[in-house]
Design a protein around this ligand. Structure first.
Ligand code: SF4
Length: 208
């Protein structure tokens, strides 16, 4: 769940002092996905490239540690914060333990965030590294794949160090950011963050 209050209180950026956003590389079209693709196209993230009031700093945690292409990995026995605390593991589809590499990558993304004085991160949801709201619970290739609420390893590292992380499908929060980088943008109040949509509420049995 994002902190909209924090987003609303962000300064109005200028061309000289742009908003400093850390973004999953694949969200801006870099082909760093496990299969060498960009994991699809995400207009809600690509939109930021059109403004000179934004500085995008992009990073792919999994590529940093494992290269591209690579195996697909997921978190087993907990979420990203549990991996950081040593009580859950990141395993690849063939069972390799990638926990250490994922932690190393999370330390790198945190280092970048600090050096670049990042004001907000927009990361690809569901990824074992970048997921910020929802991730898989165990292997996504299993017949009965299961989702859980929680963050991937890099997102968890940023969050626990006080950096606001939102996903590419937190459309309500993104509206606030659009209005910061473009003073002509009128916030669309009908947009929802991911935790507000019916699928999320149904799947996680919220408010029932
Ligand atoms: S690790 Fe993050 S940046 Fe890299 S491909 Fe996966 S979601 Fe995209």
């Amino acid at each position: 769940m994002t902190n909209r209050n924090y987003l609303e209180n962000l300064r109005i950026p200028t061309k000289e002092k742009p908003l400093r956003i850390l973004m999953s590389s694949c969200l801006v079209g870099i082909t760093c996905g496990y299969d060498g693709s960009a994991n699809g196209e995400y207009p809600s993230a690509l939109k930021f490239l059109n403004y000179d009031t934004v500085k995008i700093i992009k990073f792919c945690p999994e590529e940093f540690s494992f290269g591209t292409p690579r195996e697909m990995c997921d978190i087993h026995g907990g979420t990203g914060i549990d991996v950081l605390n040593g009580t859950a593991k990141v395993l690849t589809e063939t069972g390799k333990d990638w926990s250490k590499g994922m932690i190393r990558a999370s330390e790198k993304i945190l280092e970048i965030a600090k050096i670049e004085k990042i004001e907000v991160a927009i990361l690809m949801d569901v990824s074992a590294a970048c997921g910020s709201q929802v991730i898989y619970d165990g292997n996504r290739f299993s017949e009965n794949k299961v989702y859980q609420i929680g963050a991937g390893v890099s997102s968890a590292q940023l969050k626990r160090n006080g950096i606001e992380v939102i996903s590419q499908r937190d459309f309500s929060s993104l509206e606030i950011l659009y209005s910061k980088i473009d003073t002509n943008h009128k916030v669309n109040d009908t947009k929802l963050d991911h935790h507000e949509i019916e699928w999320y509420k149904d799947y996680f049995n919220i408010n029932k």
